[in-house]
Design a protein around this ligand. Structure first.
Ligand SMILES: NC(=O)c1ccc[n+]([C@@H]2O[C@H](COP(=O)([O-])OP(=O)(O)OC[C@H]3O[C@@H](n4cnc5c(N)ncnc54)[C@H](OP(=O)(O)O)[C@@H]3O)[C@@H](O)[C@H]2O)c1
Length: 213
């Protein structure tokens, strides 16, 4: 029998994709999510080889309807573990180069979507994992909008942790991860996956992964 079904947002590529494969190897059924159907299909085919169930949903988290469609699917799939991973990575631009479109996209995907998803599907949940960033703890040059989203997510989550609820929350704050092979100054992906999964099993509420040490 499979373990609790996990929804990993943004699991078509990067960290979310590695997490989807890792959870499936541990025996969890997986609901994949993203916008790139070719990558999602390919990942689904890899996952079902681990003798668990996998499905995917395509939805754009910068759109109201995309968030609603994902929540509807998650409710119908009896999701017990939610990993809020989807994110627009930092454009590394000075604030004067940031336009309204970037502001909207980054706040909608990195902050508003995870809040709405938790709000919508929490009745069923046992565990939430928010993939934040070290930038959510440390202010840095050229990170304005990325920091705004991640600090917002931290504030939201820390406050939510104070409320009575049935599900646990784990916030993860990593520095750079080797999500592509030749990435320099970054943590090995296997190390990061093991740490996140173990922190979940240990019911930790916060995990700081500082690869600079
Ligand atoms: N990699 C790192 O070093 C690192 C370090 C600290 C924190 N993080 C955090 O880890 C998370 C994943 O980062 P990553 O580096 O793996 O990023 P990535 O490789 O760019 O992957 C991002 C994922 O999010 C999805 N996504 C982006 N915009 C979306 C949208 N509008 N609607 C739906 N899905 C969307 C993408 O799906 P599609 O392409 O299919 O749309 C993709 O699956 C992010 O929250 C990031 O802030 C990463």
């Amino acid at each position: 029998m499979s373990l609790n079904k996990v929804l990993i947002t943004g699991s078509s590529s990067g960290l979310g994709n590695y997490m989807a494969l890792y959870f499936s190897k541990k025996g969890h059924d997986v609901l994949l999510h993203g916008r790139d159907e070719i990558k999602l299909k390919d990942t689904k085919n890899k996952i079902i080889k681990n003798n668990v169930k996998a499905e995917y949903i395509i939805s754009d988290l910068s759109e109201k309807q995309g968030v609603q469609e994902l929540c509807k699917k998650a409710k119908s799939e009896n999701i017990k573990i939610l990993v809020n991973n989807a994110g627009i990575i930092c454009p590394n631009l000075p604030f004067e180069k940031i336009n309204n479109e970037i502001i909207d996209q980054m706040i909608l995907v990195n902050l508003i979507a995870p809040i709405k998803i938790i709000n919508s599907i929490s009745d069923n949940l046992e565990q939430v994992i928010n993939i934040n960033s070290m930038v959510g703890l440390e202010a840095k040059k050229n990170r304005t909008l990325y920091a705004a989203g991640k600090w917002g997510l931290k504030g939201f989550s820390d406050s939510l942790k104070q409320e009575e609820k049935i599900y646990k929350i784990l916030d993860v704050y990593p520095t750079n991860i080797k999500t592509w092979p030749d990435r320099e100054n970054s943590m090995e992906i296997e190390y990061v996956l093991e740490k996140i999964y173990q922190a979940m099993l240990d019911s930790k509420s916060e995990l700081i992964l500082d690869g600079r040490k």
